[in-house]
Design a protein around this ligand. Sequence first.
Ligand code: IDP
Ligand code: MG
Length: 137
Amino acid sequence: MTERSLVLIKPDGVERNLVGAILARIETKGYRIAELQRLSATRDILEQHYEEHQGKPFYEPLLEFMMSGPIVAAVIEGDRAIEGLRTMMGPSDPTTAPAGTIRGDLGRDWGEKVQKNLVHGSDSPESAEREIGIWFG
Ligand code: IDP
Ligand code: MG
């Protein structure tokens, strides 16, 4: 069955005018953009989205960062899209994310409490359905 993933281009990606570059990588890979929306995230949406990180030291800085500017939210479809998108994005830390990944090629550390790493991608089919419900209703 074709998978769906919730992809977010975080405020740093929008601020740095990287929306087109990031979506182009996803489309060039062969995945399909099923839904696309530019929005400002509310605290309520972010508390639901980042439920698993509540209480961690980077939780508040993460929410502040995600509310610092507009976000682009997308539903991306394709066979094994969840795994494929996570591979394309690379690991969370943009300093050590391998070259060739979105975070490795386009991201860096900015000396802040939260890692500004341009993108979010769902980490499992269960997370994807939960997150698509949060962002697209
Ligand atoms: P992921 O986005 O690669 O799935 P998660 O562990 O789910 O990473 O963390 C969510 C987001 O929180 C990360 O993308 C990053 O922006 C931030 N983050 C995660 N771990 C840290 C950390 O140790 N320090 C600072 N920020 C972090
Ligand atoms: Mg995660």
